[in-house]
Write a new protein. Structure first.
Ligand code: C2E
Ligand code: CA
Ligand code: CA
Length: 614
């Protein structure tokens, strides 16, 4: 017998058993009733029934254990995917659900599960018959009281059937209706995804916050319809500028964002790439926009830039910082970009100033060559290396290591290199009239971009002819990286010049990519052992072995070997013992102006051979 009784603790249900007692109590037949309160059990059973009902819902459901092994699936799941329960139970849910997705997505799902115990998004899924279908996937984590993950519940909604209207609602949620660019929400999601992806690759990403200058004025002057036309055209231009893995988004009324990923691990390279994009945005906006009735006008924008890595700064700060930087760009006069990080901005500004100074310097002939002597085993001067000097260099940029690489990146090296080649030829020609100098070979460094200028060969030959410099006294120092570019073209250039007596030396040898193939194939005459192997030759048996190998290689290929950066007598002895017979370094002399080199050479010749080096 079951009872429901009103009790002091509320309405309770009881399950009761009764038995006749057999003996009368107070003269009446009696029964004993044993009742158990089953209120809680009934509630639990009802819950289970509801749960079972719910489990057979409209959505496919997958329950898996802490190791994502599938424990249970519902009928809808089977209907959607075409699998029978026994075909999937025991399999790994990860492979089955969202199995077609990239690592970045998997990673961001896992991160969301760790941090928020849940994830929701749209994924491509595969049916048993192999067909892909779009699905909305929701994953929730079930934890024990102790907080350990015990289960995952995944619900899968097949979106194939969703109507066009629903699709449009989705696109409304993620795309801006005026420009069809991703909206703020989708951008924020992509920023998160990008940051997660960068966590693995250690690369940089960047966010450019673009705000059109004086857009309100344009709207007032030309009416809103024209304002919209401009926004659409801006969107189009930004989209065409963005690489496939960039996102161009509309952030607000006249605010746009470009999100760039995979900018490499070198911060300077990354800064450079972003600058180029920012420059081209400003440039593209200079092209007139078409308004109603074939009116035209140009606009400008201010751009704030944040460079980021994995989670530095956190995603939520990136947009804020870019916005702040954009405001700074406005305050500095609009139609420009500005980096949020003051250190980055400072470096960039300095580099831009340096580029300007370089251009001026080239025009005004501010560059000159100093010459560092090279000696043989008898310590006789056999030649010199010409090294660029820039007396008027802006502060901090006097070292050629700096200004040459900036010139290289700014595309100024062909021009600067030409000026320097001209100078070295004039000097070589002049030294033909100085008996102590006429036999010296003069080396000059060539940068990658110089050698591959189409007019390089003809320019150089013309310069030699015009100045009267003997081409068989000229040595061109190239680096191994030149040879990586295009072996055929390098071969052609070197052979042509080689036929005129010009010689080639491989600079910084041992630091780059070397292959016997090119060493053999190219008309080279010398290897210069990089300074890094010489610096602590005494204490690095490794380096001694490298020197020996380079010397052996050179002798097999009939090339000369020069050691650069020689600073001590010990080094000379070690080098000589290993067969290297030409030296250049501070032990003998630093680079000096040409007149001073003449005196230095003259003075040296007065000293007895084998005299201890100065
Ligand atoms: P590099 O061609 O390897 O030049 C050798 C560098 O080592 C020179 O520095 C030289 O002054 C320095 N050096 C020479 N002997 C010693 C020594 O015993 N100890 C030490 N610590 N250093 C020594 P510099 O003049 O500062 O030039 C740096 C780099 O700039 C050059 O390296 C070269 O790559 C580039 N460079 C210089 N002039 C030119 C040029 O006219 N054209 C091109 N394309 N690059 C140039
Ligand atoms: Ca050199
Ligand atoms: Ca070198």
């Amino acid at each position: 017998i079951d009872y429901t009784l009103e009790t002091p603790v509320g309405l309770r249900s009881f399950e009761a058993r009764s038995r006749a007692l057999g003996v009368p109590v107070r003269g009446r037949p009696a029964v004993v009733v044993v009742a158990r309160d089953i209120t809680d059990r009934l509630a639990h059973e009802a819950e289970l029934r509801i749960a079972a009902q719910a489990f057979e819902a409209q959505q496919g459901l997958v329950i898996s254990d802490a190791n994502t092994r599938i424990l249970r699936v519902n009928r809808t799941f089977c209907r959607i995917t075409g699998y029978q329960p026994h075909e999937v139970i025991g399999r790994n849910a990860q492979g089955l659900v969202s199995g077609t997705h990239d690592d970045a997505l998997q990673e961001s799902i896992w991160q969301a599960l760790r941090e928020h115990d849940g994830w929701q998004g749209e994924v491509w899924n595969r049916r048993k018959n192999g067909a892909l279908f779009p699905a909305r996937l929701t994953i929730s984590v079930v934890r024990s009281k102790a907080g350990d993950i015990t289960h995952y519940v995944e619900s899968l909604e097949d979106l194939t059937q969703s109507t066009q209207a629903e699709r449009e609602i989705h696109s409304l949620a993620f795309y801006d209706h005026l420009t069809a660019l991703p909206n703020r929400r989708l951008l924020t999601e992509r920023l998160e995804t990008t940051m997660n992806a960068l966590a693995r690759t250690q690369e940089h990403g960047a966010l450019l916050f673009i705000d059109l200058d004086d857009f309100k004025k344009i709207n007032d002057l030309h009416n809103h319809h024209n304002g919209d036309l401009i926004l659409q055209q801006v969107a189009q231009r930004l989209r065409s500028l963005a690489e496939p893995d960039h996102t161009a988004a509309r952030f607000g009324a006249d605010e746009f964002v470009i999100l760039m990923a995979h900018l490499g691990s070198d911060p300077d390279e990354a800064t450079h790439s972003v600058e180029r994009v920012a420059d081209s945005i400003l440039e593209r906006l200079q092209v007139p926009f078409t308004l109603e009735n074939r009116q035209y006008r140009t606009i400008t924008a201010s751009i704030g830039i944040v460079l980021f890595r994995a989670h530095q700064p956190p995603a939520k700060d990136v947009i804020l910082q870019a916005d702040l930087a954009m405001n700074e760009a406005k305050q500095r006069g609009k139609n420009r970009w500005h980096f949020f990080d003051p250190a980055v901005q400072k470096r960039v500004t300095q580099r831009l100033q340096l580029e300007e100074a370089l251009k001026r310097g080239i025009d005004q002939q501010q560059f000159m060559l100093h010459y560092q002597p090279q000696v043989n085993a008898q310590h006789e001067v056999i030649g010199a290396e010409a090294l660029a000097r820039w007396p008027q260099a802006p502060e901090g940029a006097a070292s050629p290591g700096i200004f040459i690489s900036v010139a290289e990146r700014a595309g100024l090296m062909p021009a600067l290199g030409k000026v320097l080649l001209e100078q070295v030829c004039v000097q070589l020609a002049a030294w033909q009239h100085v008996p102590t100098m006429r036999h010296l070979r003069i080396a000059i460094n060539l940068s990658v971009s110089q050698l591959f200028q189409p007019s390089f060969v003809s320019d150089l030959l013309e310069t030699l002819q015009r100045t009267g410099a003997p081409s068989n006294r000229l040595v061109l120092e190239i680096t191994e990286s030149i040879l990586l570019n295009d072996l055929d073209e390098a071969h052609h250039t070197l052979s042509t010049l080689g036929a005129h007596g010009i010689r080639f030396s491989v600079d910084d040898f041992g630091t780059g990519y070397s292959s016997l193939a090119y060493l053999q194939r190219l008309p080279l005459s010398e290897l210069k052992i990089d300074r890094s192997f010489i610096t602590d030759l005494q204490h690095a048996p490794n380096n001694q072995a490298i020197v020996e190998t380079i010397v052996a290689l050179a002798s097999a290929l009939r090339l000369e070997v020069v050691a650069e950066g020689v600073e001590s007598v010990d080094q000379v002895q070690l080098l000589q013992a290993r067969g290297c017979m030409l030296f250049q370094g501070y032990l003998f002399a630093k680079a000096m102006p040409p007149k001073q080199l003449e005196t230095w050479v003259e003075h040296r010749q007065l000293q007895p051979v084998h005299a201890k080096p100065a």
